[in-house]
Design a binder for this molecule. Structure first.
Ligand SMILES: C[S@@+](CC[C@H](N)C(=O)[O-])C[C@H]1O[C@@H](n2cnc3c(N)ncnc32)[C@H](O)[C@@H]1O
Length: 936
């Protein structure tokens, strides 16, 4: 529970700090004669804090303050047109009208806060009121005339940097004077609220008359505003002894009086916006920027009428103010310092907003000082003219697109039809502005829209506007209060800019310096300082590069500047060097300008040719220090070194796969993505690797580029040649761990392994046939289809397998390539020779498990096994005969055909069986095989 002594409220620190830093010095400006200052309720509130406000919050506070002038006018002339009234005030008083929401001021206490207690009473009030209460209106003249500042204030009175606008907290009366400084006082504890001298003490403080003189010289006097007694109304001194910086105006409604020199120097700035249409819709001549006599003040980004209509407009969001956590003792005195505020809450940012915070910018966009802000600058002549450029004539002015009064994306929506906002071609620059269909030279845009601040907002969207020695800042960070010009990026060098920025009558304008082609990005120069921060200009680098050729030096310089001025028109890629762009273009044109004179090789990059040439020269300049490895490219050596280090630096995030080469990982990732990016234009073939497609394309070309130097073997794929070469080298890399089998191809070993596993993965759907090789199943299927694709060109022979045809062909060639080294036996098949060799070795590898039978051929064992099974698979279709061997059936069939293929060469004898002929031959030879036991 809160005690009486503790007022601890949750406080929005953003606003809290603002509130706290708003000095409690209040003054009232007499705006009509029937009121005296004494009647006005001036409020001076002090809230202690140990933290200074942030720039924004100060601005917000101000924006929340001081509608009073308008309110007052309405009070006095309830029927009158508010805007007119406001204008009159402005014109007459030359006051600065701050942005304000008077609806929020309703009910604001008009009483001065005269005690700490009262101060605390105010705290919980409507937060908007709070803001108003805390705002201050101080007349500069008052300061100068009344010595209203203490000595310690001097340091805060630098008009170049610390201008502030102060608005009255009085709900009824407001008069802010431009370019004012407010001091806050740390020593407020000694003052009593009711002590009218308190402020006077405080006011006595400006001792540095030189400073004041300077102030006076910078800021015009406003004699008509009588504020000499202002201090007496300010019952509370200010806080903190710190300066207050406030947003002065929120748009570029810069209106100048030209009838006197004095007026000319005045800038009436309006902070406005509730009824604002669009400042860009208010130009007198929308499509043509008029450049007339400066004295007539023609360039008015906002016409008086529109300005009038804006008087009551509020476009800013007033941040809510909550009371600070303040501890009091029984007497109500503060006993503790307010805790440090939490970090300021900021409005939620548009996620698409380009983040400049990361850059930690400290500079802003900045122009060289101009001679005369009323003169119009011509980018072509680099001179200012009082009117149109006498050489190049008038500018063509293109105004912003009209947008609704309240539009959170006003900046995006104001872009004229001839332009478009999209991603910049400058890497990392975020969005940019591009011409849609081209633009003429001397087209003028502007003014740069945004909120106006006394200080650089360091937002990356801030232009500095200079007025003599003083300046203010137009910040376009907020899209709701800026225009499209916020998206225009900085050129890479000043020479590359195609827009010139210049200041005219307090506004920043951009003007095209050349004709734009469609799709060209608008680029302005932000000034050297900011460009340096963006890394576009670098401090001098000590570099020893030298060359007599200035072109080479210029090329080299880009290494330091990072400048990429060569743009690929096809894809927008930027290059530092024209030759790099040229090389890059071959991607789009498909051109391969670098050709090998030794072979057909061509490529897109000269260095690829250089590497390629090492194939011909045999040069392997990159050598491993650990082993004998040498290679043609440094990258190979790098990869090779991983063999020694064991390093597998590339890891797959999906499955833990690790590899030594990025390419491998890239390839691997396609497993996960399923991507097959390489497609054959001839057939539908798709694959994951370019070289697979390349190899595939040879199907269509029939090209067999790989040739064996030993025999005439040709093939389409290098790895086939590699495998083939093992025939010549006898190399059998792949070895079975179960038996002695070794082979030349990994796939053969894979198949072999099925012998051990027994796996027969290929099955015939027609007959249940199973086999270990897909090729065998394919051949088998021809039994069912009757297909005999291999045909002999010499005779009618056709067969199911290419190997059968090969063997068959030996009938025609008479070739018997397999020869027995023991007996001269020759045959056409390796299998026959193998079988034959068993005669010499006596080997009978096929043994019967039922009896002792052993034989040399598997077929013999198969036949033998039928003795045990009783199986007679060969059956005669003419009679019931059945037998165990195909030969027997063949012989039997001759009974039915009458065929007698065995004929005697000595007589006409012919028979059906070779045995019969053999017997018959003995008649002619006289051979008697069987002798009588009697010896006859
Ligand atoms: C006025 S804004 C320009 C619009 C900005 N590109 C956007 O997307 O909102 C200026 C900011 O854009 C970026 N920028 C502009 N020109 C650039 C350049 N040439 N190189 C890198 N960044 C650049 C910087 O972050 C700079 O602070």
């Amino acid at each position: 529970m809160e005690s009486e002594n503790e007022i601890i409220n949750d406080f929005d620190s953003t606003t809290q700090t603002s509130v706290n830093t708003m000095s409690a010095r209040v003054s009232v400006v007499t705006l009509n004669s029937d009121r005296k200052q004494g009647d006005f309720s001036c409020v001076c509130v002090k809230m202690e804090t140990d933290e200074w406000y942030t720039d924004n919050t100060a601005a917000d506070l101000y924006s929340g303050c001081a509608k009073s002038e308008q309110v007052l006018w309405e009070e006095r002339q309830p029927d009158c047109n508010k805007q007119d009234a406001f204008n009159v005030v402005h014109e007459q008083r030359g006051c600065l009208q701050m942005d304000q929401d008077y609806t929020k001021q309703d009910g604001l206490t008009s009483e001065c806060v005269k005690s700490e207690q009262m101060e605390y009473e105010i705290l919980p009030q409507d937060v908007t009121r709070q803001a108003c209460v805390d705002s201050v209106c101080v007349n500069k003249n008052t300061i100068s005339n009344s010595n209203a500042y203490t000595a310690q204030d001097e340091q805060f009175l630098n008009p170049n940097t610390d201008q502030s606008y102060i608005t009255t907290n009085d709900p009824n009366y407001v008069c802010g004077i431009a370019k004012q400084y407010v001091n806050t006082d740390t020593d407020n504890e000694n003052r009593t609220e009711n002590d009218p001298n308190a402020l006077c003490d405080h006011s006595n403080a400006i001792e540095n008359q030189a400073q004041l003189a300077y102030l006076n010289s910078v800021f015009p006097k406003r004699e008509e505003i009588e504020l000499s007694n202002v201090d007496q109304y300010c019952t509370r001194p200010t806080v903190g002894g710190e300066r207050i910086q406030k947003e002065r105006y929120s748009n570029l409604d810069v209106h100048r009086h030209s009838n006197s020199e004095k007026d000319d120097s005045e800038i009436l700035l309006e902070r406005d916006k509730r009824k604002r249409e669009s400042c860009h819709a208010t130009l007198a001549e929308p499509n043509r920027f008029l450049c007339e006599d400066s004295s007539s003040g023609v360039v008015q980004p906002m016409s008086p009428s529109s300005r009038d209509s804006e008087v009551n407009a509020v476009t800013r969001t007033v941040l809510s103010l909550k009371p600070a956590k303040i501890k009091l003792n029984e007497k109500g005195d503060r006993v503790k310092k307010v805790k440090r505020m939490k970090k300021a809450k900021t409005l939620k940012k548009d996620k698409t907003e380009y983040s400049h915070q990361e850059r930690n910018l400290t500079s802003c966009m900045n122009l060289e000082p101009r001679d005369n802000d009323h003169f119009l600058y011509c980018g072509e002549c680099n001179s200012e003219f009082e009117g149109d450029c006498p050489v190049h004539g008038p500018y063509n002015y293109i105004q912003d697109k009209e947008v609704p009064e309240v539009d959170p994306l006003k900046a995006d929506h104001t872009v004229p039809d001839c332009l478009v906002i999209k991603t910049s071609k400058i890497a990392g620059a975020g969005l940019g502005v591009f011409s849609k269909e081209g633009l003429e030279s001397r087209v003028m845009f502007g003014p740069y829209g945004g909120n106006i601040f006394a200080e650089n907002q360091k937002s990356g969207y801030c232009w500095q506007v200079k007025e003599g020695k003083a300046s203010h800042f137009v910040d376009a960070q907020n899209k709701a209060t800026s225009n499209w010009m916020r998206y225009v990026n900085c050129a890479m060098t000043e020479a590359d800019k195609n827009l010139v920025a210049f200041q005219y009558k307090g506004g920043i304008y951009y003007c095209t310096l050349k004709q734009f082609s469609p799709g060209e990005e608008l680029l302005v120069w932000y000034g050297d300082e900011f460009a340096k921060e963006l890394g576009l200009i670098r401090d001098k680098i000590v570099c020893s590069y030298s060359s007599k050729n200035s072109g080479h030096v210029n090329k080299h310089k880009r290494i330091h500047t990072g400048l990429r001025q060569y743009t690929c028109e096809v894809c927008g890629y930027l290059f530092k060097r024209s030759d790099h762009l040229k090389t890059h273009m071959s991607i789009h044109t498909g051109e391969r300008p670098y050709k090998c004179e030794e072979c057909d090789y061509d490529c897109k990059h000269s260095h690829h040719l250089k590497i390629h040439m090492r194939i011909h020269t045999g040069e392997r300049p990159y050598k491993c220090e650990e082993c004998d490895y040498a290679c043609k490219q440094s990258s190979y050596l790098k990869i090779h070194m991983r063999l020694h280090t064991g390093e597998r630096q590339y890891k797959c995030g999906e499955c833990g796969y690790e590899c030594k080469r990025s390419d491998d990982l890239k390839r691997h990732m396609k497993i996960h993505t399923g991507e097959r990016q390489f497609k054959c234009g001839e057939c539908g073939y798709e694959c994951k690797r370019s070289y697979h497609l390349k190899a595939h394309m040879r199907i269509h070309t029939e090209e067999r580029q790989y040739k064996c130097g030993e025999c005439g073997y040709e093939c389409k794929h290098s790895h086939h040649l590699k495998i083939h070469m093992r025939i010549h080298t006898g190399e059998r890399l792949y070895k079975c761990e179960e038996c002695d089998y070794a082979c030349k191809q990994s796939s053969s070993l894979k198949l072999h392994m099925r012998i051990h596993t027994g796996e027969r993965q290929y099955k015939c759907g027609e007959c249940g046939y199973e086999c270990k090789h897909s090729g065998n199943l394919k051949i088998h299927m021809r039994i069912h289809t009757g297909e005999r694709p291999y045909k002999c060109e010499e005779c009618d022979y056709a067969c199911k397998q290419s190997s059968s045809l090969k063997i068959h062909m030996r009938i025609h060639t008479g070739e018997r390539q397999y020869k027995c080294g023991e007996c001269g036996y020759e045959c056409k098949r390796s299998g026959d020779l193998k079988r034959h060799m068993r005669i010499h070795t006596g080997e009978s590898p096929y043994t019967c498990k039922m009896c002792d039978y052993a034989c040399k051929e598997s077929g013999s064992l198969k036949r033998h096994m039928r003795i045990h099974t009783g199986e007679s698979p060969y059956t005669c279709k003419m009679c019931d005969y059945a037998c165990k061997a195909s030969d027997s059936l063949k012989k039997h069939m001759r009974i039915h055909t009458g065929e007698s293929p065995y004929t005697c060469k000595m007589c006409d004898y012919a028979c059906k069986a070779s045995g019969s002929l053999k017997k018959h031959m003995r008649i002619h030879t006289g051979e008697k095989l069987y002798k009588s036991v009697l010896g006859v």
